[in-house]
Design a protein around this ligand. Structure first.
Ligand code: 13P
Length: 257
């Protein structure tokens, strides 16, 4: 089974609208003549700017193969939810992916497995593709409960999602201790957890579905470590923070893959 590598830049709370448009334009320009980004090729490239910049970035990337994702959404279509954005609004704008359950949302904004699940079900109903983030803290890894934590998060995220809808999801394994720290999981550590995640997906669905779902690694991925991580049999892409904020470092990862 060959899964198409998915390399997604999570720009987090960085860049003005103008800066976002400029970064998107330089990524698209650099990829334009590369066969690697044809729709039939091995890579799928996604950028996830702030909500504010989505419209401009989508316009900037029109006619290119680079896709756009949002960093979160609410599970209701509309209503009195000050400060929130709905999946309906994202879909209407032309957004393809939506990151859900990022560890920063869990740590700072009360995201729970239950809210991740509500958002995921709504995203799928809207035709958006959720990137479902899971991952343990350093304390949890050192306490030997990585698998337990990842299983609880994954089980929560996929509750009530059909096998057919699961095919439109992506899992991002992001060990919290590797995010923004410069400390990357070794390729062996990543592969172990990715394999465990695929086993869980097999138990939720069936092996055919589990083999088709892509599992990204996230946490200090850069050009220097991307090739080795992506060479692991169950590592199907990357969710990239810091190194996605500049065209050359992001493109370095795409080239390395
Ligand atoms: P860094 O690549 O900066 O470690 O961030 C990873 C991440 O959180 C992507 O969602």
């Amino acid at each position: 089974m060959t899964r198409r590598t998915i390399l997604a830049g999570n720009w987090k709370m960085h860049k003005t609208v103008e800066e976002s448009a400029a970064l998107a334009a330089s990524i698209a320009a650099a990829l334009k003549d590369k066969p690697s980004n044809n729709s039939s090729a091995a890579h799928e490239v996604v950028v996830c700017p702030t909500y504010l910049a989505l419209d401009r970035v989508i316009a900037e990337l029109k006619g290119t193969s680079v896709l756009v994702g949002a960093q979160d959404m609410h599970w209701e279509s509309q209503g009195a939810f000050t400060g929130k954005i709905s999946g309906d609004m994202l879909r209407a704008l032309g957004v393809t992916y939506v990151i859900l359950g990022h560890s920063e949302q869990r740590a700072y904004f009360h995201e729970t497995d239950e809210t991740v699940n509500k958002k995921a079900l709504k995203a799928l109903a809207e035709g958006l593709k959720p990137i479902l983030c899971v991952g343990e803290t350093l304390e949890e890894r050192e306490g030997g409960v990585t698998e337990k934590v990842v299983e609880t998060q994954l089980r929560g995220a996929y509750a009530g999602i059909s096998a057919q809808d699961a095919l439109n999801t992506v899992v991002a394994y992001e060990p919290v201790w590797a995010i923004g720290t410069g400390r990357t999981a070794t390729s062996q550590q990543a592969q172990e957890v990715h394999k465990f995640i695929r086993g869980l997906l097999t138990s939720f669905y069936d092996s055919e579905t589990a083999e088709a779902v892509r599992i990204q690694y996230g946490g200090s991925m850069k050009a220097e470590n991307a090739a080795e991580l992506l060479a692991q049999p169950d590592v199907d892409g990357g969710l990239i923070g810091g190194a996605a904020l500049k065209a050359d470092t992001f493109l370095g990862i795409i080239t390395a893959s």
